[in-house]
Design a protein around this ligand. Structure first.
Ligand code: ADP
Ligand code: MG
Ligand code: MG
Length: 911
């Protein structure tokens, strides 16, 4: 990265030379200091050493050629401008040395203030402060100078030389208690002089050297420490988490010191131009008189609300307000600032576009449109799907003292309280009585689906973010904490134990799917207003709720902009109805496997066990009306909109009891001398159907080709349901989707049979049924041109495509090695969460292009979990798909992101 630079390469920029768009080179802090300087705002003069200098230093372990000379030149011109010399014994120029990367990064070196002070210049500083009059009497000036010096040793010791900060804190506390005070302002000049001695001893003890007295050495060591802090452990960790590239490096700002600790007419503060929590208009900030730098946020003394500065110093207050208004108009966004007042003179020390909550992001974007500062496209650009998703979850009101008893993985966000149940059946029972239930399992399996649907939340003691529980819960938008391994689950005893306490069925727990925390008892929950709005129960035109109105406005704009349609994954009428209220424009994936579960298990067992054709046909015939009724309900809810129904996909043994359980049943029954014929038959079937790799085994289209009549029954149920809707005056638009196709011949075979049935059922009802396929096997993607000849649409099943494209089993890999891959940076993010553009994404691209080449206008959609992932939605927009399909809860997120994909300009670094 650090390319060879010539000797005269520019490594240092005066503040007057930079601007806000040079964040890559000058870091955020430096670029914005330059911007303010050029706006004519009162910024103390200074210069910025570039990130390139840092990169070069880190690559070679020494300052690049030319850097020292350039620092010298800029320092000299700073000294000329200020009429002072760095560390001059009579009248010292002092500077701060501040790190500042492109992205603000806690974990890097903090700032060193008052660089240039030593045993001589501290006397000069005092003389100057006293001599220049003002409110500080000469005793005050002395105090100020020694206070500044002790701060330098403390900050320099801690951040440049790794002296443990507590030692300084401790010495400070001792000085205060010797004086019988808690307030650092009660320490006078003598106390502080004593403290400086104590600090120097601490410095010597830990570094083996005296505190450096040479001002230029102080400066160089501080600059070097900033460079090196880029690779400090905390910084590296933070970068990994936030996916900030490791090679950016940090800039270093050298800024003339201004003093907020010169007496009561001085002080320092921080402020936001709007409330960063709610987005409300107005000034929000804190001010602390007679203080320096970090004192405001360190909570040493009580700060006052910024408004009180109006009483203390009206002129500075008015100037500050007008500067803040100017910054907002200039940056066209919420800004946060740091400022210092030195004897009635205001100085700006920092500004940046401020961080905000998800709610504030929407509210502020809406306000800025009203104020004419940005247009709606820009407003859309300023918010994102992750923020919207956050606003859609109910939240716990944790103002009371609730202590978590366990912490697992926040697998699916939200907040849920309810009665504990340990089985799916019990969950269904209690939910039917109107109770909120939390389904607690060691881990869930497909059999728990009904219980998961009935439950308010799901808690497991095993499994990670891609466990069955996590994935299914996310799909349903249901709160889930997984892998809370401090919890001992005892299903037969209907009891769990945690932190020495036992919780029985019927007791209440609360789970937070965002933080992974588990609480005993009921924590009150606040529902999401944004969801109420999407559900239609809050009318944005008629309520006084800034958030809902902003969301409404931005969503409406996104809908007007987007090219991608948004459908939903829904298997039931209720899900379909909800998704439709959330704006779904059809169903992109209706799974049919739940139609084989619950009380239909009997029939499915009969189907699987049947030896003779007539037994099998009888079972299928009994299933037909049940499935038809399911489809009727879904078509009715999606009246007029397309519904893609996937024929049965999972391996059949998933519909049978597990092998171990059957083996035990048979043994026990035999022991008791009971009739075990049926159990034995089931056991034999399960043994026969056992597969080493079921996900790559007899499933999907393969089942349809092996089990006569199975797909035919489903096709008939779909067609009959559509016809019955049409007869009732509705419009059903079924699209039959064949899963797991890898070769066109598979599809052709299924299609030939299906078309015959459809023709026969549909007759002259006017119903049109499309037949298409999933593209989820890599071979299908690579032969898409052939497959398109037989398919009226493609739907990318990106879960399987990822699984088979990478060759790893989704159910197994996360716990096994994903953590390591994330650690090594092989993945930035799990490829199941966000589509792997280079590999799996390439398969999608190839299939889309070759499919459309073979059949122009081929309808293309995606129905994996990626359909609701913001980054993936942008990719699908780019590739030219017609729609994405996602869980009902993600529909608004996908709508928003599909709109953003259209207005997104390249090179945005909204993070
Ligand atoms: P951070 O990035 O942690 O906020 P800063 O570099 O902004 O670190 O500095 C920490 C504190 O020191 C801030 O309160 C800032 O306003 C103050 N500060 C930095 N440089 C100066 C300076 N030249 N004069 C006075 N105060 C300063
Ligand atoms: Mg700062
Ligand atoms: Mg699949």
């Amino acid at each position: 990265m650090a390319a060879q630079k010539t000797v005269d390469h520019k490594y240092v920029y005066d503040f007057s030379e930079g601007n806000k768009d040079l964040k890559d080179l000058l870091g955020g802090k430096g670029a914005n200091l330059a911007e303010m300087t050029n706006l004519g705002l009162p910024v103390p003069p200074g210069f910025t050493i570039t990130t390139e200098a840092c990169q070069a230093y880190l690559a070679t372990g020494r300052e690049p050629d030319g850097l020292a000379g350039q620092i010298e030149t800029h320092l000299e011109s700073l000294e000329r401008a200020m009429g002072k010399r760095l560390g001059d014994p009579q009248d010292p120029l002092l500077v701060s040395v501040r790190s500042g990367a492109k992205f603000s990064m806690p974990g890097m070196m903090e700032t060193v203030l008052n660089v240039g002070l030593n045993d001589q210049s501290v006397v000069g500083l005092s003389a100057q402060a006293g001599g220049s009059g003002g409110q500080a009497a000469s005793g005050g000036a002395d105090r100020f100078a020694w206070d500044s010096y002790r701060r330098l040793i403390q900050m320099f010791g801690k951040t440049v030389c790794d002296v443990p900060g507590e030692e300084f804190e401790h010495a400070l506390d001792q000085a205060k208690s010797a004086k019988g005070t808690h307030n650092d302002l009660d320490l006078d000049a003598d106390d502080l002089r004593g403290l400086v001695d104590a600090y120097k001893k601490i410095f010597l003890k830990h570094t083996g050297r005296e505190f450096p007295q040479q001002p230029r050495e102080q400066l160089d060591l501080a600059i070097r420490a900033v460079f090196e802090s880029w690779n400090a452990e905390r910084a590296v960790l933070y970068r990994r988490q936030e996916r900030i590239p490791a090679d950016l490096g940090t800039a270093v700002n050298v800024v003339t010191m201004v003093f907020g600790n010169l007496g009561p007419d001085s002080g320092t503060g921080v402020a936001f131009t709007r409330d960063p929590a709610s987005g409300a208009q107005g000034i929000y900030g804190d001010y602390l008189a007679n203080a320096q730098g970090e004192d405001v946020v360190a909570g040493i003394r009580n700060t006052v609300p910024l408004q009180e500065l109006a009483q203390l110093d009206r002129t500075s207050y008015d100037e500050l307000l007008s500067i803040m208004a100017r910054l907002e108009a200039h940056y066209r966004d919420l800004c946060d600032i740091e400022f210092t007042i030195e004897r009635g003179k205001l100085w700006m020390l920092q500004t940046r576009v401020g961080k905000r909550t998800a709610a504030a992001a929407f509210v502020i974007a809406g306000q800025l449109v009203d104020e004419g500062l940005i247009d709606l496209d820009e407003a859309l650009h300023r918010v994102n799907g992750a923020q919207l998703a956050q606003l859609m979850f109910p939240r716990f009101q944790l103002d009371h003292e609730f202590q978590p008893v366990a912490t697992g993985i926040g697998a699916s966000p939200g907040a849920a309280s309810g009665t504990v149940v340990f089985t799916s059946a019990r969950a269904v029972e209690l939910a039917a009585e109107g109770k909120s239930v939390i389904l607690v399992r060691r881990e869930t399996n497909p059999d728990d689906l009904n219980g998961m649907i009935a439950a308010k939340g799901i808690l497991t003691s095993r499994g990670g973010k891609t466990s069955h529980a996590a994935v299914v819960a996310r799909g349903m938008g249901k709160t889930c904490v997984s892998g809370a391994d401090d919890i001992e689950v005892n299903v037969p005893a209907k009891r769990l134990t945690v932190a020495g306490q036992t919780v029985d069925e019927g007791d209440v727990v609360s789970i937070d799917g965002t933080t992974g925390k588990v609480y005993l008892g009921e924590v009150p929950v606040r529902p999401s207003e944004v969801v109420q709005y999407f559900e239609g129960s809050l009318d944005p035109e008629h309520i006084d709720n800034a958030l809902v109105r902003a969301v409404h406005r931005i969503m409406t704009h996104a809908d007007g902009k987007r090219r991608l349609a948004v459908r939903t994954n829904a298997d039931t009428g209720a899900d379909a109805a909800r998704a439709r209220r959330f704006g779904a424009e059809g169903i992109g994936l209706c799974r049919t496997e739940h139609m084989f579960l619950g009380d239909r298990r009997e029939l499915v067992e009969r189907l699987i066990l049947s030896r003779a054709a007539d037994e099998r046909e009888a079972a299928l015939e009994a299933l037909l009306p049940l499935q038809r009724a399911d489809f009727v309900e879904i078509f009715r809810e999606m009246d007029g909109l397309p519904v893609t129904v996937r024929l049965i996909d999972p391996p059949l043994h998933e519909f049978l009891p597990p092998l171990e359980q059957l083996a035990v049943n048979v043994a026990v029954a035999q022991e008791r001398g009971e009739d075990v014929a049926k159990e034995e038959a089931l056991l034999a079937a399960v043994r026969r159907m056992h597969e080493e790799n079921p996900m790559l085994g007899l499933r999907g289209v393969r089942l349809g080709l092996v089990i006569p009549g199975l797909f035919a029954m489903q096709v008939r149920a779909i067609a009959e349901a559509a016809v019955s809707c049409a007869r009732g005056g509705g419009v059903a638009k079924p699209e039959i989707m064949v899963p797991l196709v890898g070769a066109v011949q598979e599809l052709e075979t299924v299609r030939a049979e299906a078309e015959k049935i459809i023709a026969e059922v549909v007759g002259d009802s006017g119903v049109e049924v499309l037949i298409g396929t999933m593209i989820e096997v890599p071979r299908a993607a690579l032969t898409a041109g052939q497959i398109a000849e037989a398919a009226q649409f493609f739907s990318f099943g990106t879960n399987d495509l990822t699984q088979m494209g990478w060759g790893f089993s989704r159910d197994d890999v996360e716990g096994a090695f994903f953590w390591r891959y994330l650690e090594l940076g092989i993945f930035g993010i799990s490829p199941f969460e966000s589509i792997d553009r280079d590999g799996v994404g390439r398969l999608v691209r190839i299939a889309a292009e070759e499919g459309r080449a073979a059949r122009p206008g081929l309808k293309l959609g995606v129905c994996g979990e990626h359909g609701g992932d913001p980054d993936s939605v942008h990719f699908f927009h780019e590739v030219g798909l017609d729609y994405v399909s996602c869980s009902p809860f993600r529909v608004p997120v996908a709508r928003l992101e599909a709109g953003r994909a259209v207005v997104e300009t390249d090179g945005s670094d909204s993070r």
